[in-house]
Design a protein around this ligand. Structure first.
Ligand code: ZN
Length: 854
């Protein structure tokens, strides 16, 4: 049951047109499909229509029932032997949307009926060649009870609608653009609309609709602004216009991931649509903006040009993440966005790349494609596009993108097609660069500077290595673009930033005109997704943390300074904590800096990131060292934290970048003030919690309180619960804050929360809020007793029976066992084995758990 990239064959049959008729009801929906099919090339293979959990009630060819001996079912698929080269195939199936707990195919959520088809959900709706290289024009007719489902939406344009005399009504939609079936969507429900318009560059007026339940309408404004900004940005930056007369977005409460780019009808997890100051943090606002943009941008990078097969997933996802990252940077701060994106890459993708689930950006094989919607495909994929853009420069990159869209519009393309278009359109040679798509793992680059005072020159020696990953024991050297600058330590200037491309295992680059040894600033802007190892001293790092003119490099120098101190302390070596305190003080007093940037720079690396820097992760020692440094920073700079906290209190709420930056710094100050152990810490946090007019400050205060014991902690959790217990998205924060807290009893709190009346496995957001947050909380999850592992495994086993896709997402933290002491490692392996022994385990969880044991 392993699917291989090398097994790709073009489809035997094409489906130029499909007519769908839905008689919708949560308890029993009938789906009639009429496919016009044409033989693709000279062969005598039967027509294979994928199916999953459906049975044909009727099978007709060219209007006549077919004899039972010309069709059969094989692994869920309908196999039909057809005499000619073009036929009309008709099937009828029945579905029960209200008992679809997998949330793939047609399902019910909060009184709505909606669909999710990517990657292989369409086969749960009707029999069809469920592969992205079969593109069809869709006509969809829906009939439903008018009182319960007054709104009927599908892809494309609304064509016609009418009432029936039995209280039911119908609507017909037609999508003029041929599309793969993973982009099919329909929604039926009682929805209210935030309606707006956008006029495209060529003068087409597009009707925009964001559809939510009536009471959520006031929370849709930010998403609508983000949508209009995205449409304008794609025209300005990529020359890409929207292509239909309507663009609809629907928010649903039960959704397996973030959102889905169905043509003309995006369907969203409501957490990426709904936002208001009372319930959404600034991070939530940014999430809404970024995901709305991401799904909109897919209209070109994903829909107009789609993927040939699922091994090419990063073709659309990596490119679209790159596009949404740059959009968000343009809407706010480039420096802060880059830091945030690298933090996500390091927190999610680097561990994946160094563990048992490591895979290339273009994988070679899979058992279950749902398991490959990973940080590697998305975030590392985006870094690959970013490197191409850096090497090409903006004009040539745009020329390459134009050629890609023009050449492949209306097609199902490959990653290779993209690289080829970039070579042809941008005039690049990406020969060696292609290895980034093939080789898994995070490259290491060792950099050392050798200064020669006689010739007044320096030599930069770069050595690269790429560790083995599953199935790839030996690697070839990669093409690694590194932006470099050499600082004069006296003047704190440099002679310009240079782009070096490291192509060999070991290479050296010479620079002249250095009477004194310069300080190396490397991988500026995080120009390549690699791990840099240097012999720079703490003094050099402190210098760069104060003077580097590349904001990312400045942040990175501070992080490295902190990491060095913390790792030293963790292993009982002496560490100069004063250097960190001084560097933070310097940063806080640099008034030229954006407060949002300051808040990023002064933040300590997470416990998990520190663990990633160690061969053997020691969760308790890391926690102790980090807490101690945090306390030291809190105590030594206490007056500054008090001043910042008081001085950043705003009178009126705004979501401007400046206001968001002030809140970020204010929350960082509160955090350090509480860490100082000052006796009024809990009272100040509680006051912020009570007085805040926005969720950003309220949740940060709650998070600060949740880390320790205090009467204020218990009171704040109670107040928060009572205020938001009827608002699912906000109640998620109550679960998440406790699961993520650095409280000594977090594992026990999570065990109790799993039994709370508001906890449910039926809602993926709730599961992620509790168990997703908990398993990312290194100190708590890796409790030496193993109770954290057991709880997560129990959840995986229970959830697998309802929703395998979401269950499988909880497996990877258990697969990190090789990095821990034998006590923890054997407990983790035992849980993986217990999961695998479960009868009837899904393909999703089987793949993740069995690979995790290797
Ligand atoms: Zn996407």
């Amino acid at each position: 049951s392993v699917i291989r990239r090398s097994d790709y064959r073009s489809p035997d049959w094409l489906v130029p047109h499909i007519d769908l008729e839905f008689d919708l009801d949560p308890a029993l929906t009938r789906v009639r499909a009429q496919l016009s099919v044409t033989r693709n090339g000279g062969h005598d293979h039967p027509l294979r229509l994928d199916g999953d959990g459906i049975v044909p009630l009727e099978v007709m060819v060219d209007g006549r029932p077919v004899s039972p001996d010309s069709w059969h079912l094989e692994a869920g698929a309908l196999i039909l032997t057809l005499p000619g080269d073009a036929h009309l195939v008709e099937t009828l199936v029945e579905l029960v949307p209200e008992s679809n707990s997998k949330l793939m195919g047609l399902y019910a959520s909060g009184g709505l009926l909606c669909t999710q088809c990517e990657a292989e959900g369409f086969r749960r709706i009707t029999f069809f060649p469920d592969r992205p290289d079969v593109l069809s024009r869709y006509s969809v007719r829906m009939t439903a009870d008018k009182a319960r489902f007054p709104i009927l939406l599908a892809n494309g344009d609304p064509i016609d609608r009418g009432d029936l005399d039995d209280g039911r009504h119908w609507a017909v939609w037609h999508d003029p653009f041929p599309k793969p079936c993973y982009l099919f969507a329909l929604v039926a429900g009682d929805l209210a609309c935030n309606a707006d318009q956008f006029v495209t560059a060529s003068g087409r007026t597009v009707q925009l609709g964001i559809w939510v339940k009536e009471s959520d309408l006031p929370r849709t404004g930010h998403a609508m602004t983000a949508l209009k900004n995205s449409m304008a940005w794609d025209e300005r930056v990529y020359g890409r216009e929207y292509d239909l007369d309507v663009f609809n977005i629907v928010a649903v409460a039960d959704f397996n991931f973030g959102a889905m780019e169905n043509k003309g009808l995006n369907i969203f997890n409501s957490r990426y649509i709904l936002a208001d100051p009372e319930t959404a943090t600034d991070i939530d606002y940014d999430g809404v903006e970024g995901v709305v943009a991401h799904e909109y941008f897919h209209n070109w990078s994903g829909n107009r040009v789609t993927c040939r097969d699922w091994f090419q997933l990063s073709l659309k996802e990596g490119f679209t993440v790159f596009r949404d990252q740059n959009f968000s940077a343009d809407m706010g701060s480039h420096a802060v966005k880059r830091i945030e994106d690298v933090r996500v890459l390091r927190a999610a993708q680097f561990p994946e790349d160094s563990g048992p689930l490591a895979h290339p950006v273009r994988p070679e094989s899979y058992m279950e494609i749902s398991n490959f919607y990973t940080a590697t495909i998305y975030n590392k994929g985006a870094e690959l596009i970013r490197m191409i853009a850096l090497i090409a420069g903006p004009e040539r990159f745009r020329a390459g993108a134009d050629l890609y869209f023009d050449r492949h519009d209306g097609e199902a393309a490959t990653c290779e097609d993209f690289v080829q278009a970039m070579e042809d359109g941008a005039g690049l040679d990406l020969g060696q660069f292609r290895l980034w798509y093939e080789q898994a793992g995070t490259p290491r680059v060792q950099a050392s500077l050798i200064h020669d005072p006689v010739t007044e020159s320096v030599e930069l020696v770069l050595e690269q290595s790429l560790p083995p990953t599953p199935g790839q024991p030996v690697k070839q050297p990669m093409a690694i673009p590194l932006r470099v600058a050499l600082f004069n330590p006296v003047t704190a200037t440099h002679h310009g930033d240079e782009l070096l491309i490291l192509t060999d295992a070991r290479e050296s680059f010479a620079f002249s005109g250095f009477a004194t040894p310069p300080i190396l600033s490397i991988n500026r802007g995080f120009s390549a997704p690699v791990i840099i190892q240097t012999d720079r001293s703490q003094a050099d790092l402190a210098f760069l943390s104060a003077h580097d003119d590349d904001p990312f490099a400045r942040y990175e120098a501070m992080q490295q300074l902190m990491v060095n101190v913390l790792i030293a302390r963790t292993s009982g070596r002496p560490a100069d904590e004063q250097a960190v305190v001084d560097a933070i003080r310097y940063t806080l007093t640099d008034t030229a800096l954006d407060p949002a940037f300051v808040a990023e720079v002064i933040r300590l690396p997470s416990e998990a990131y520190l663990g990633d820097q160690m061969t053997r992760v020691e969760p308790d020692a890391i926690h102790t060292a980090r807490e101690a440094l945090q306390t030291r920073i809190g105590v030594d700079l206490e007056h500054m934290w008090r001043d910042i906290h008081a001085g950043t209190k705003a009178n009126i709420f705004s979501t401007s970048p400046a206001a968001k930056g002030a809140r970020k710094l204010r929350n960082a100050a509160l955090h350090y003030l509480a860490a100082s152990g000052a006796s009024d810490g809990p009272a100040i946090a509680f006051a912020q919690f009570s007085e805040a007019d926005n969720m950003t400050e309220r949740q940060a205060a709650l998070g600060t309180l949740a880390n320790g014991h205090s009467a204020e902690r218990d009171a704040a959790l109670d107040i928060f619960y009572n205020r938001y217990c009827d608002d699912a998205l906000t109640l998620d924060k109550w679960f998440q804050t406790q699961a993520f807290s650095l409280h000594p009893d977090t594992a026990d709190h999570v065990a109790a929360l799993a039994l709370h009346k508001d906890f449910t496995l039926a809602n993926p957001n709730r599961v992620r809020a509790l168990f997703g947050a908990f398993s990312a909380n290194q100190w708590a999850f890796h409790h030496r007793s193993g109770k954290g592992y057991r709880m997560v495994a129990d959840c995986i086993i229970a959830l697998d029976k309802l929703n395998p896709q979401t269950a499988a997402r909880l497996v990877p933290p258990l697969g990190r066992w090789k990095r821990f002491d034998e006590g923890r490692a054997s407990l983790m392996r035992a849980e993986l084995q217990r999961i695998l022994a479960e009868p009837g385990l899904s393909k999703d969880v089987t793949e993740q758990a069995s690979k995790s044991l290797n």
